[in-house]
Design a protein around this ligand. Structure first.
Ligand SMILES: CC(C)(COP(=O)(O)OP(=O)(O)OC[C@H]1O[C@@H](n2cnc3c(N)ncnc32)[C@H](O)[C@@H]1OP(=O)(O)O)[C@@H](O)C(=O)NCCC(=O)NCCS
Length: 145
């Protein structure tokens, strides 16, 4: 499975096929084109030649030198094969070369898979009240390397 930079075509394809990544959760609105147009250096897809995109990660580098993972998803059927781990590894390398010292992401408290995944990758897990629209979120932080 090859990991490469994502294009607008990839973004459009994963949005069109979003149920294969997110099930019934409709998260299309957070797949903003600026993730490619402005933060494309931090946008990755995993794809087998000729196959649809199997996984993707869209992130950014913040002014505080945090490599921020905005979205990560792996297609149902490709999970538990280390793909998101590889995407995080690739992103961490890019972020570190760009000056990042830490990585950060967050999720909703009900996303147990995301919490298990980030814990497995060595992220500290913190429940932060009032993180988003008055609601608690689970925030993940880790040194970049
Ligand atoms: C979260 C997600 C990206 C993980 O992708 P993945 O490619 O399956 O993860 P990996 O195979 O790299 O898993 C690495 C480790 O994380 C942990 N992990 C991953 N999925 C897990 C699960 N469902 N239950 C428990 N632990 C899990 C395991 O320790 C795993 O290592 P192991 O398989 O050797 O035990 C994927 O489940 C997904 O796309 N979910 C839907 C979208 C989503 O919720 N994204 C996160 C939003 S914050």
């Amino acid at each position: 499975m090859r990991i490469r930079r994502a294009t607008m075509q990839d973004l459009n394809a994963v949005v069109a096929d979003h149920a294969a990544f997110w099930g019934e959760r409709d998260v299309r609105a957070i797949h903003h084109p600026l993730l490619i147009h402005e933060f494309g250096d931090f946008a990755l897809v995993a794809q087998e030649r000729e196959e649809p995109v199997a996984g993707y990660l869209f992130g950014m580098l913040t002014p505080k030198r945090v490599g921020y993972i905005h979205i990560v998803a792996v297609r149902d059927g490709h999970r538990r094969d280390g793909l998101a781990r590889r995407l995080y590894g690739e992103f961490a390398g890019i972020a570190e070369r760009s000056g990042a010292t830490a990585l950060k992401a967050f999720t909703r408290p009900e996303n147990e898979t995301s919490i298990a995944f980030h814990s497995a990758l060595g992220f500290a897990v913190q429940e932060v009240p009032n993180y988003a629209w008055g609601e608690m979120r689970v925030v993940f932080t880790r040194p970049v390397a």
